[in-house]
Design a protein around this ligand. Sequence first.
Ligand code: SF4
Length: 235
Amino acid sequence: MTTKRTIRVSSSRTKKSSGSARVDEILSRLQTLNPSPQCELYYETPYQLLLSVVLSAQATDKSVNGTMTELYKKGLSVDDVIAMGEKGFLEKIRRIGLAPTKAKNSIKLSHIIKDKFNGVIPSTREGLESLPGVGRKTANVVLGEIFKQPTIAVDTHVFRVTKRLGLHSCPTPEKAELKLLEVINPKWLPMAHHWFILHGRYTCIARSPKCEACVLNDLCNSKDKTNRLKKGGLL
Ligand code: SF4
C-alpha cells in the first residue's frame, strides 16, 4: 500500500507561480507536439479511472488496460466489484503485478466509496487519500484527470524528464512535485503531467534518451544528453 504523508505546499508557490520563460517554452513546445494528450489508462467512469490508477502501481498501463478494458466496456461499477469479493476480483486481475494486495485494497476502497461517499468518487485530496491504496500520486492523477485541478502527479517519467531538464534537483517525487508546482505556471496544469509522461515514454527514455530527435534539445543541459550525443559521435 502507498505510504500516506501530509505535504505542505510552500508559501513561495504563490510568489513564483508565474514560472520562467524557459519553462513556458518547454511546455509550449510539448503542447505543440501533442495539443490534446489523453490519459493512457482506459476508463469510462471516474470510478474506473480510480481503480485503474490503483491497479497501475508498479505495473504498466498496458497490462492494466489489457486486463480491465473489456470489464469497463461492460460497465464495471462499484457494486460489481463489491459483488465479486476479494477472491473473485483477484481472479480477474491476477495478471497485474501485486494482484493480491491490489484486490484487497480495491474491495475495501469500493465499500468505502459506496458507504461513505454514496457511490461517488471524492473530489478532494483528503477524501481520495483516505481510501486504501490511494496515495498522493494516485490522488493527483484523479484530481487532474477527472476534476481538472492544477495538480502534477510525479511518476517515474515525470520525475526523470523534469530533472534532466533542470526543473528540479530533488531526491524524491514528493519533493519534486512541490518544486514543480513552484516553477510551472498553473496555466499548464494539469496537462503538464501528460506532456512529461509522453516525452519520457517515447523520447526522453530512461536508458537511451533520443536527444538527437528531441524538440527540447537546445533547452536541455542534462549530462545524460551530453553522454548520449558523445556516444553517437554528435559531440
Ligand atoms: S535532450 Fe535528451 S535528455 Fe534532454 S529532454 Fe531531450 S531527450 Fe531528454
